[in-house]
Design a protein around this ligand. Structure first.
Ligand SMILES: [Zn+2]
Length: 537
């Protein structure tokens, strides 16, 4: 009898459950820029809002890792959004050498898509033209009539990455000197979007100028000391709190740069996300909408201060509040059973290389070693030119040179010897020797990054804790390497249709888009990631 009553009660509860079988009306992707997976534990004493909710009520994948070689913002956002790897979407890095134009371009450059500014005029053009794979939002717009797409970030590549090839309010901040304004581009809107313009007029970010960035929590609760070793704060800031949003010269450009590199910009994007969700009635119509928000401050703070700084710790603590407010907003306005949210990061970060056995590799040194080797073999490059067109962790030879070089095994070996003689360089990979089936994990990673014409002829593998960069390294924190500290990131699913829990299986951020597609009832036929079915109801 008791058992019967219990069964009856269960049936009644199920029928009355407000969450049962509710259609997903809003899909949200939140990306935290430069947020290493371990931060979720390292900074746990600060969690009382968004991270607390996500970690206790979400599906938390504890072993999420990018499997590819070059870990940065453009590669990460397009991987999350398209469910494919750089070898497929083609957005191999924030910048790459464009052989025809003979210059480095940014991944989202597109001179046919002029920027539309909400403030000061910009000469740039931006779109997702260079992306070869459709985003989740692209597929949603295609497969579900009436979808509205809103994406926001402090960076073009992040807002554009999350949106893809279209959208109703694809909004980012252009930091170029003399601009310092929120913008979109003609790829998304012929003119300024009224709802964005209205928000910016009502809640101007310039009211933050002159404010002080202070600690969110009591000083004794911080794991990291102020003014840590190796910090390279942006002038006129020092390593010590508080930090005023006011430049040394008092100009607007200076204040803009400091504001962008402070948690004030994250808080501002959080308010903008809620306001635009209201304006577009996201999740409140008979349609499935998309909201993508990429918060940049952990990156713009992490670069000058490094990951083990009080500044980064405080930025993460304040991100907890921003996420808490966003979740509360979505719960109140959309209802938790009617939205699904995925949180991840585009890449992690290396510790500041000040410990024993660490250092920096200058890309100019790599270039010079290769030039010297080729001059010794072929004589000076014709026309006072160079044999190496571009050298980052991707080395790109001038036209025709790689084909000459690879015909001579002795010459390739000499180049490898010269480059690996540089302290901190581990090895050199050739683009024609990569395979995603190699037993060598670095070769597999390089194969997933390899996109002909963009990722170079050679890839330079530096040792762990030896970041590659220019000779004049302006940054404390660096990323881009094929190591756990740069590849491991959070992946959390949350909301309607998600089974809370901790999942230990190895996954990648490319699994996010196909999983959201399953929840939203659409297809992602080109995705290389897999559906995280274990976390779906
Ligand atoms: Zn970065």
């Amino acid at each position: 009898m008791l058992r019967l009553l219990a069964a009856l009660a269960a049936v009644l509860l199920l029928a009355a459950a407000p969450g049962a079988q509710q259609p997903t009306r809003l899909v949200v992707i939140v990306v935290l820029d430069q947020f290493r997976a371990d931060y979720l534990n390292t900074f746990a004493s600060h969690w009382r809002a968004g991270f607390k909710t996500l970690l206790s009520e979400g599906a938390v994948f504890t072993r999420a890792q990018y499997p590819y070689f070059h870990t940065d913002t453009c590669a990460g956002h397009f991987t999350i959004a398209t469910g494919t790897f750089p070898r497929t979407h083609g957005m191999v890095a924030d910048t790459w050498w464009e052989q025809q134009a003979r210059r480095a371009i940014e991944c989202t450059d597109d001179d046919k898509a002029p920027v539309v500014s909400y403030g000061r005029a910009s000469k740039l053009g931006k779109s997702a033209r260079n992306s070869m794979a459709p985003s989740f939002a692209d597929e949603l717009r295609e497969q579900k009539p009436g979808t509205r797409v809103v994406t926001l970030s402090m960076k073009a590549r992040s807002a554009i990455g999350l949106a893809g090839h279209g959208g109703d309010a694809v909004t980012w901040f252009e930091e170029a000197v003399g601009v310092g304004s929120f913008v979109t581009s003609r790829a998304y809107a012929p003119d300024a979007v009224p709802a964005v313009r209205t928000f910016l007029a009502r809640d101007s970010f310039e009211t933050d100028f002159g404010k002080f960035w202070t600690l969110r929590d009591a000083p004794e609760t911080y794991r990291y000391a102020d003014a840590g070793v190796g910090e390279r704060p942006r002038q006129p800031w020092t390593g010590l709190f508080p930090h005023e949003i006011r430049g040394a010269t008092g100009t607007r450009d200076d204040a803009v740069a400091l504001w962008r590199a402070s948690p004030f910009s994250d808080a501002y994007l959080g308010r903008m996300a809620a306001d635009l969700s209201d304006a577009f009635q996201l999740g409140r119509r008979d349609a499935t909408d998309f909201l993508g928000v990429s918060f940049s401050a952990t990156d713009t703070v992490g670069h000058p201060f490094g990951p083990s700084s009080r500044e980064l710790e405080d930025t993460a603590a304040r991100q907890d509040d921003v996420l808490g407010a966003l979740i509360k907003y979505l719960d109140d306005k959309v209802g938790r059973e009617r939205y699904v949210l995925a949180l991840s990061a585009d890449h992690g970060v290396a510790e500041v290389p000040v410990m024993r056995g660490a250092g920096r590799v200058a890309t100019e040194d790599v270039r010079d070693r290769i030039e010297e080797t080729l001059i010794a073999r072929f004589g000076p490059a014709p026309g006072n030119g160079r044999y190496v067109a571009s050298s980052t962790d991707f080395v790109r030879f001038a036209d025709g040179i790689f084909d000459r070089v690879r015909k001579e095994p002795g010459l390739i070996a000499a180049i490898e010897r010269g480059v690996t003689a540089i302290p901190g360089v581990e090895r050199v990979l050739r683009k024609d020797q990569l395979s995603d089936r190699s037993s060598d994990p670095i070769v597999r990673a390089a194969a997933l990054t390899n996109f002909d014409g963009r990722s170079g002829d050679l890839m330079i593998v530096a040792k762990p804790n030896w970041p590659l960069g220019g000779r004049v390294a302006a940054e404390a924190g660096s990323h881009g390497a094929p190591y756990e500290y740069d590849q491991r990131v959070p992946v959390i699913l949350f909301g309607g249709g998600i089974k809370a829990g901790r999942y230990e299986r190895a996954v990648t951020p490319a699994d996010i888009a196909p999983s959201l597609a399953r929840v939203a009832g659409i297809q992602m036929p080109k995705a290389e990631g897999r559906v995280l079915a274990e976390a779906l109801k």
